[in-house]
Design a protein around this ligand. Structure first.
Ligand code: CA
Length: 510
């Protein structure tokens, strides 16, 4: 496979002025030149896997890990303490590209092989039929997918160069969505169907072949680094910066989706950073993870430095986030409960930082509830693109540009919804809703409803369901209504083939 594929550009915008986004907020009209946008997406990074605290008091893990570039971004922009994603990879990534909530796009689990679901057997439930081939575009209909107008296609039509670097994980092997270039990206470096790399090591050609692993995880298109000691995270960073330089040279605004494979399994040392964590006395497995976290952060440092060097910092929106919480094999997300796949905050709450010079205020914190679905309308608003009559899908996300301007502003009267109707890796099917300070979790197998105040009890230690039946009924009613409205698919009972009832049916007094 060639190192990268660049599609012919359809249009080149005339650039009439630069630096339109500096100065006092808010800009009342579309800037003469729209800002560049960098989405720096980390895989499987929990809120604690950083030296930046995403809660009031620094946690133990905040003191263990070193992420100085994230600290810089937090100093220069806004830190979001209540940002959310889905509990697993593909659902979050498709929400990011489409603005659709997971219950609406229906890609509720991770994708890889065509027409196959990774579900594992549940003792009493059968998973629903779901679009297990992932995302496609309206002009490429294919069975088992969801069709939508993707974010990069809208940006490209508006004159942006759209650059994907790293993990894609949007569609199954052999389907159009496996290739980011069919989803509106001009450039694809190293993205394909798989949601993890065979190896992070150039010495192993980023493949699991050296340990007789499945070649399905081979990272495509980085042959120039094969046989070298360049870590995958560093290789992706060099390629991303080369693309930034090219776009700058061509005087073209860019959308860079730098989507690291790090810090997803396999957990392998980033040799540049391991020794310091050994000296600090970390157990070997955690020292490995810490080295990967610092490697990821070095990438952020290098990208920020490249923007500085090219004089682009003031004209570029930078959004940093993860696609789900840290996995069960990693140190717990304390003080949060749970991990990747689970309905608790450790599964769905993610670290998020935003910097838009002239719009965000340096060193601010926002407690606004935002979710990965929101990036679609937010980025399009940043770019000044009127998208509402141009997309095939219903968009659930809400632009948080007002929060970027004023971190105290947020969509207060808003419900966030999650849906995971699958059995996988020890996690049973569930749905959940958050409104205000409270979160209701619906466990599909036994109909159990749990209620938590996630503001006063972010560790979700105290189930309030028995004490607040009225609130349970209200939230269950809204969860059921929103899941039905969005066409959510529920599991069925093996005993009689009947669908699991929505939460409102469970909560209704008999
Ligand atoms: Ca992930």
């Amino acid at each position: 496979m060639p190192l990268r594929r660049t599609l012919a550009r359809l249009a080149v915008v005339a650039v009439v002025a630069a630096a339109a986004c500096s100065g006092p907020p808010p800009a009342p009209q579309r800037p003469a030149r729209p800002p560049n946008v960098v989405v720096f997406l980390v895989d499987d990074m929990g809120t604690q896997e950083t030296s930046v605290p995403f809660q009031t008091v620094a946690s133990e893990l905040n003191r263990v890990y070193r992420t100085p570039a994230m600290e810089r971004l937090a100093r220069e922009g806004t830190r979001f303490t209540q940002a959310y994603a889905s509990a697993v990879c593909s659902p979050s990534r498709i929400s990011l590209l489409t603005g659709m909530n997971v219950a609406r796009h229906g890609v509720t689990n991770w994708t890889l092989r065509q027409d196959r679901s990774p579900d594992q057997p549940h003792p009493t439930l059968q998973p629903p039929d779901w679009p297990r081939n992932g995302l496609t575009t309206p002009d490429r209909p294919i069975a088992g997918t969801v069709a939508a107008t993707p974010l990069p296609a809208l940006l490209r039509a508006a004159g942006y160069r759209t650059i994907h670097v790293g993990k894609a994980h949007f569609g199954a092997i052999g389907t159009p969505g496996a290739d980011p270039c069919t989803l509106g990206f001009d450039v694809n470096v190293a993205g394909h169907a798989a949601g993890g790399p065979g190896s992070y090591h150039g010495e192993h050609n980023y493949s699991a072949a050296w340990r007789n692993g499945d070649r399905i995880w081979d990272v495509p298109g980085l042959e120039r680094y094969h046989g070298t000691d360049v870590n995958l995270t560093e290789a992706l960073t060099r390629e991303a910066i080369a693309e930034l330089e090219r776009a700058h040279r061509d005087r073209t605004p860019f959308f860079l989706h730098l989507s690291h494979y790090a810090i997803h399994a396999p957990w392998e040392d980033d040799a540049r950073f391991r020794a310091a964590y050994d000296r600090a006395g970390l157990a070997p497995r955690q020292a490995t993870l810490a080295s990967m976290i610092e490697g990821m952060d070095r990438s952020l440092a290098d990208v920020l430095a490249a923007l500085d060097r090219l004089g682009l910092t003031d004209d570029t929106v930078v959004l940093f986030l993860s696609d789900n919480g840290s996995p069960a094999q990693c140190p717990p997300n304390l003080p949060l409960r749970g991990h990747k796949l689970s309905p608790y905050e450790g599964g769905v709450r993610v670290p998020m930082l935003a910097r838009w010079p002239g719009v965000t205020r340096a060193g601010t914190t926002s407690e606004a509830c935002v979710v990965v679905d929101d990036l679609f309308p937010t980025i399009l608003e940043c770019a000044g693109i009127d998208w509402r009559d141009r997309v095939a899908q219903t968009v659930d996300g809400v632009s948080f540009v007002p929060t970027l301007r004023d971190p105290g502003t947020g969509a207060a009267d808003r419900a966030l919804v999650w849906h995971y109707p699958h059995q996988y890796s020890g996690q049973a099917p569930w749905s959940a809703i958050r409104r205000g300070d409270h979160k209701l979790v619906h466990h599909h197998a036994d109909g159990r409803l749990e209620l938590f105040d996630v503001v006063t009890d972010p560790g979700e230690h105290h189930d309030l369901a028995a004490h607040q039946p009225t609130l349970v009924q209200q939230l269950a009613g809204e969860l059921g209504r929103l899941l039905r409205e969005r066409g959510a698919r529920m599991p069925t009972r093996q005993a009689d083939g009947s669908p699991v009832p929505f939460a409102d049916a469970v909560a209704t007094p008999r």
